[in-house]
Design a protein around this ligand. Structure first.
Ligand SMILES: [Zn+2]
Length: 159
């Protein structure tokens, strides 16, 4: 069994696989008709790697799928392996543009001291009115009102 291109002897296992040409790049280039890996420029930011046979790539190219003229066809097996490893197997994906979901803010319209004293008095079993009176006596600077007590008590504690 010899290579139909250069006449060198073919390896037995290669002939068994049905090849009629050897592994020299020039013989591969002349006769390789299997799948081709083609990198096409789809847009400026990301190339696209396509695995398809030559005819399909031509057909899809003619159908306008790849758009640009800079479509490059690999011509030999050696080129294929080089382009695959150099081009990176995972395609570059543009960073998502969608905004991150809004994180609920921990900011509250009252101070930590206000919340602390309201929860303390509430824990003692005082009603909102009693909380206001107690706070007015013990911590007048906090300006606790009944409305504020209600708001604080209807909000889950931070810790
Ligand atoms: Zn050959």
């Amino acid at each position: 069994m010899t290579c139909i291109e250069c006449g060198d002897e073919l390896l037995a296992e290669r002939a068994d696989l049905g090849y009629r040409y050897c592994t020299k790049p020039e013989c591969q280039a002349a006769h390789h008709r299997g799948l081709k890996i083609t990198t096409v420029a789809v847009n400026k930011s990301a190339d696209r790697i396509i695995v398809a046979d030559e005819d399909e790539i031509r057909r899809r190219g003619e159908a306008g799928e790849f758009g640009k003229k800079d479509t490059t066809l690999s011509t030999s097996y050696r080129d294929l392996t080089r382009s695959v490893s150099a081009r990176a197997v995972q395609p570059r994906v543009p960073a998502p543009r969608t905004p991150l979901p809004r994180v609920p803010s921990n900011r509250r319209p009252w101070t930590e001291q206000q919340e602390k004293i309201v929860r303390l008095y509430n824990g003692m079993g005082l009603s909102p009115r009693e909380i206001v009176e107690r706070a007015r006596t013990n911590a007048p600077r906090l300006r606790i009102t009944e409305g504020l007590v209600t708001k604080i008590m209807s909000t889950p504690p931070l810790r």
